[in-house]
Ligand binder design. Structure first.
Ligand SMILES: Cc1cc2nc3c(=O)[nH]c(=O)nc-3n(C[C@H](O)[C@H](O)[C@H](O)COP(=O)(O)OP(=O)(O)OC[C@H]3O[C@@H](n4cnc5c(N)ncnc54)[C@H](O)[C@@H]3O)c2cc1C
Ligand code: SF4
Length: 449
């Protein structure tokens, strides 16, 4: 017999979106069920990952290493055209989701970002204005705990300051990055972070220990540490981990989801979830995929809710091109995260002609503990060895940009490749347009080719 679970609200996906929504629904008194196909990590798991990361002298030890292999849903990587992006190891599967290891940069959109079609002729306008969105951004900042100063001359208005002051600028940011920006008339300002600069709501302030992916002090926001313990105190909330939702079922008219069909990861037993409301919060890849996998031969032939045929189109990301260069002086140590950013090119560029971007910089080699930079150099067949990097680049810095792209990526099912449950995996093809290539993404077009 198939196990049946009933709830008023079923939230599929225990990432930051699902967990925050659940925490807002508590007060309704309704029965809330959160389902995630990954596990709930313990503090011991986290400590072991940190230890492994330190022992191996790389920062690739990560949460997905500690989950059942069926859970880490692969992406297809074969494509005749465009750039196929391998995100398998960046998305995290487990309670807390990808925000378990995010960097916590809390960028807000600008007023102009909300109307790009009207103002500049590309992309789409938001259906709401910045002033309608702003109170919600503020609520999220206070809920999560964001540090930042009101020193960004390029930002759109805020109705209230950040919940915490910004982090003191690092040596690199105050002594090297800010003066370099100033020379060319650009302002560097605080970088809003979901990392406590001072103790906040019972959590520690940042201790500058540089292990941010696992943040032993809890200063960096992580949904499983902050909101899950609140949810667990309420009898009307149930969190089920290791339960993978495979298909959503609608009523015969096709206008309401009535059931989710799921499989327990450990023993592959089937579970049917019946709920009044379903919220699909499985992230930007798995959400459209589940809608595609839930196509039926009645109303939703091309995927659940895909009335306009837009499902999977307009897939986007923010490429982060970077260059590493010799500063000509010692750059000091990386704090673990950048304290300064510049939004200059988010407002001061001719946006109809080229994409906007934010810029930040940091000492190149000092990722925790050696990490990305060393690995990038070696995998790109550079002659530098880890040892040489240790000795040779104390003067090297990395300048990076978060850049806007038009969003012409395509997400589709690859029926030639199945996951462990027999469902087609997702293929994402990022397509960069000529406009995209006029932005800083072109710096690194060799990497994307
Ligand atoms: C390295 C890195 C750094 C980042 N830094 C920043 C940053 O500084 N600032 C910022 O704003 N954003 C950042 N992001 C992006 C941000 O982390 C994500 O956009 C955000 O965490 C997504 O949250 P989500 O809840 O929508 O989805 P996710 O976090 O992906 O959560 C989805 C959940 O759904 C579950 N799930 C998936 N499929 C199923 C299924 N079939 N059944 C049941 N459960 C399922 C997954 O296990 C997962 O827990 C970063 C991302 C990465 C990878
Ligand atoms: S430096 Fe990173 S790991 Fe250390 S307390 Fe601050 S946010 Fe956490």
């Amino acid at each position: 017999m198939i196990e049946e679970i009933k709830a008023d609200y079923c939230i599929v996906g225990g990432g930051i979106a699902g967990i925050l929504l659940a925490s807002k629904l508590i007060a309704s008194g309704k029965k809330i069920l959160i389902v995630d196909q990954g596990p709930q990590f313990s503090e011991e798991d986290r400590a072991n990952m940190l230890l492994k990361s330190k022992e191996n002298l790389n920062d690739f030890a990560d949460y997905n290493d500690n989950v059942h292999p069926s859970v880490v849903t692969p992406l297809s990587s074969a494509s005749p055209e465009g750039q196929v992006v391998e995100w398998t190891n960046y998305r995290l599967f487990g309670i807390g989701g990808t925000a378990l290891h995010f960097e916590g940069i809390m960028m807000r959109p600008t007023i102009e970002d909300m109307s790009v079609k009207t103002l500049y002729g590309y992309g789409r306008d938001w259906p709401i204005t910045y002033s309608e969105l702003e109170p919600w951004l503020l609520k999220a900042e206070y809920e999560i705990g964001v540090s930042g100063n009101d020193d960004n001359p390029y930002a759109s208005s805020r109705s209230k300051s950040f919940p915490m002051p910004g982090h003191a600028f690092s040596y690199f940011d105050s002594e090297i990055f800010a003066p370099a920006l100033k020379k060319i008339g650009i302002t560097g300002h605080s970088c809003p972070r979901a990392i406590n600069s001072i103790p906040y709501k019972g959590r520690s302030g940042c201790l500058a220990c540089r292990a941010c992916k696992f943040c032993p002090s809890g200063a960096r926001y992580s949904p499983d540490r902050v909101h899950v313990p609140i949810l667990e105190k309420h009898d009307n909330v149930t969190i089920l981990d290791n339960l993978s939702v495979r298909k959503l079922e609608t009523n015969s008219k096709g206008d309401k989801i009535i059931a989710a069909h799921a499989t327990r990861i450990q023993d592959e037993s089937p579970v049917t979830i019946l709920a009044q409301n379903f919220i699909v919060a499985m992230g930007g890849v798995e959400t459209p995929r589940l809608l595609m996998l839930s196509a039926n031969n009645g109303v939703h032939n091309a995927g659940l809710g895909n009335i306009g045929g837009q499902l999977g189109l307009g897939f986007s990301d923010h490429p982060t091109p970077y260059i590493t260069f010799d500063v000509g002086q010692s750059v000091g140590s990386r704090l673990g995260f950048e304290t300064m950013i510049s939004d200059h090119f988010r407002t001061q560029s001719n946006r109809a002609e080229q994409p906007t971007f934010s810029m930040f910089a940091s000492p190149a080699m000092d990722w925790f503990p050696v990490g990305n930079e060393a690995t990038q150099w070696t995998t790109q067949n550079n002659v530098l060895s880890l040892e040489n990097i240790h000795k040779g680049i104390p003067q090297m810095a990395t300048l990076s940009a978060f850049t806007e792209i038009e969003g012409k990526g395509i997400l589709e099912l690859d029926k030639s490749k199945l996951d462990d449950f027999g469902s087609p995996v997702t293929k994402i093809t990022m397509r960069l347009t000529d406009w995209d290539r006029r932005g800083p993404a072109s710096w690194l077009s060799w990497r994307l080719k």
